[in-house]
Design a protein around this ligand. Sequence first.
Ligand SMILES: [Zn+2]
Length: 348
Amino acid sequence: MKAMVLHRMGEPMRLEEVPMPRIGPNEVLVRVRACGVGLTVVKAIQTPGRVTSYPRIPGHELAGDVVELGSEVRTVKVGDRVTSHYYLTCGQCRQCRSGRETLCERPGGHVGAAIDGGYAEFIALPERNIVPIPDGVSYVDAGVASDAIATPYHACHKEARVGPGDTLLVIGAGGGVGVHMVQMGRVCGARVIAVDIGEDKLDLAAANGADDLIDARKGGIAAQVHSITGGRGADAAIDMVGARDTLEAALASLGTGGRLVMIGSRPKHIYGDDPTFSINPEAFSKRALEVHSSRYVTSAEIEKTLELIRLGRIKPAVTRTFPLSGAQEAHELIRNNATTGRLALLMD
Ligand SMILES: [Zn+2]
């Protein structure tokens, strides 16, 4: 089969002919139809230790058809249209059994890093990772939903606890996850203030339902949020950039009782700057603020995200598609911050 193969950290991926994946008794073979491409993958393959061995096929936002089952597989059928959970979890530990599988105590790594991923014609996946795609949802939309849209579901609903009438600040609102965060904030009933850099990204945030726009190049994010909200501040701020400046701006933008949720990260080993930010404990506790991290999603949350897409409440913002061989070009565009919305590969 054809696949985009990574031979060493930092090297470009190459289109190659590789052997078909072999499945174990608890695995299924999926013919990949589409695979999302985002910053998570671009950063993962540059992070020492994340890819556990080479050669490796990256990509985790995949969707396709089940074509073969391992001997022990009971919950999936040949012909099922499916997408995948990104994390490899044990299913047995305290965290997995309490519905927090992304905190698994025996984590096996990630699809596309610890096992071969979706930048290929076929992929072998554990049965546990499989999530069915409802009728009426396309492969590309379902693939992107498994991370770029499900992540906003968890962040808005579980971490930021966005409710009707809230004001939600989204920093990095024009990116592949950001545009869906804007939509999800609206689905949860919030007024959404979108922050990004440049007209293209802010226009896309507006097209995805943002009520107010802030260009971060013009400075003073917190001052503008307080001005827009009549001095009250935001009920929640979701930061997808992960830089010290944006995190401190997000915190300063919150009103009393506000929730800061961190999703993005800008690792020092990739970006050079230390993202560590400071909190004044007195102001923090006086205003009863909260800081949350958001660690991906459960498989059940992916199912609920797919249902929102089926209902038309969320419209996946895939702005550009590439053939499998275009994965490296897509990665370069993302690395250079030259994209808006989500990119995806469509297989023949
Ligand atoms: Zn576990």
